[in-house]
Design a protein around this ligand. Sequence first.
Ligand code: GLN
Length: 546
Amino acid sequence: MTRFIFITGGVVSSLGKGIASAALGALLQARGYKVRLRKLDPYINVDPGTMSPYQHGEVYVTDDGAETDLDLGHYERFTGVAARQSDNVTTGRIYSNVISRERRGEYLGATVQVIPHITDAIKQFVTSDLTNEDFVLCEIGGTVGDIEGLPFIEAIRQLGNELGRERVLFVHLTLLPYIPAAGEIKTKPTQHSVKELLNVGVQADIIVCRSDRPIPEDARRKLALFCNVSPERVIEALDVSSIYEVPIRYHEAGFDTEVLKRFAMDRGHEADVDLSAWHNVVKRVQAPEGEVSIAVVGKYTNLLDAYKSLSEALGHGGIANNVRVNLNWIESEIFESDSETLLRLEGVNGILVPGGFGERGAEGKVEAVRFARERHVPFFGICFGMQMAVIEAARNLAGIAGAGSTEFGPCAEPLVGLLTEWKRGNVIEQRTGRDDLGGTMRLGAYPCRLKAGSRAAQIYSNQQDISERHRHRYEVNIAYRQRLEDAGMVFSGMSPDGELPEIVELTDHPWFIGVQFHPELKSKPFDPHPLFASFIQAAIERSRLD
Ligand code: GLN
């Protein structure tokens, strides 16, 4: 029997609902249950694929090619369960499905309304595409009281009735602010938030309270009384230094125990819950044996959520090598006006150029690649970063002066060009320059064949075929392969049909790799991605030279 846990948030946003959901998922897993995590996003975009990273942070891509909310990345990193298209839905997608059904006449002449048609579609989404999960944890985006979130709250209220209280549980995450002048933690905003939820028919079963200090017993009792829960179901969520500590702290605070008790599933085996994997990760994060500094030369460096999986994956590379990875975020544009600024790269042990879109800052990235190549600093180019590395090699190693990308307009030497046709298994995907922007990139998992003996093959333990996730519209132009190879660039990973370059590397360099895919999306704290582990290892070696 599948049970559903709905997680809402109140008082303010950014309380870490995604991490709370992911951590609870990990704890239920540690108790031997099969879990699935989902996110309901109340915004009108059909998916976050067309949103600026400044609006929404990173777009997390699943194996099955969905462009989803970055919280799905947390879910996957914490539980290891691969996220799918059916794990994230938005108001936009729900409405677009309902409206297409209406146009097909499938509502048989009925007036189509928010209740029941939109709420039915939400319930249908929450309860479908499951395979014997014990628990489905479903996070509702936004904050209780938002107008656009109402249909989602209404849908989960209905599910509470339809499936019965033995199959549905509501968790509400709030903030307990500390007011220095009063010298007190304040419970009123949480009381209001729980009441706001009750106004729309949902009684929270468990209240998780973010706080920067321990919750005094009297505050806990007051919260319990006013929010209509028992004091043990007020879970303290203190600030922690690493997100990977959250499952441990939640377990200590009794979160998973209370969930199981509420479902009458508590077998009293608490002492057997094995969180050693989390303890190991936290130990490595908190007490590393050394440190390295990596420059990330990008474009959305003012908002670190734009590179969430990337910074996590770099951290995992540190975990694998027992070092702290200090990230130095640099706006690539600064390298365009003044070559002196490149000196900022001088002390770093590795340079990474991440994924990106559009012309702004591209030349600065090419400069950063050049610096890394010429100075023998370990270099990792991801997606756009690989494309810039190829353009740099074309210009400065192969002597192709006009090398560029058609992403920035017509170009004499299109080293990187629009991808108009490719194979997904046996199906041929086709695109033109006039397609919709949403959902039309090369998205999701694609196989890549590694060249035996290459550095890439070594890093992937000499496997022949690997699978990685993609999200791009442009591609390194195979027509230039020979000239690049003659100049020293090795094409060490290709699509199985040999048409699409997936990995390039330079051999007369300590570590220089560009990948067309996004390896950061599959890295986990307890299973660091080999490319990140290897890159950080090269950075450690570089740091020993300095
Ligand atoms: N803008 C490039 C493309 O569409 C790279 C995309 C990316 O880095 N994710 O091909």
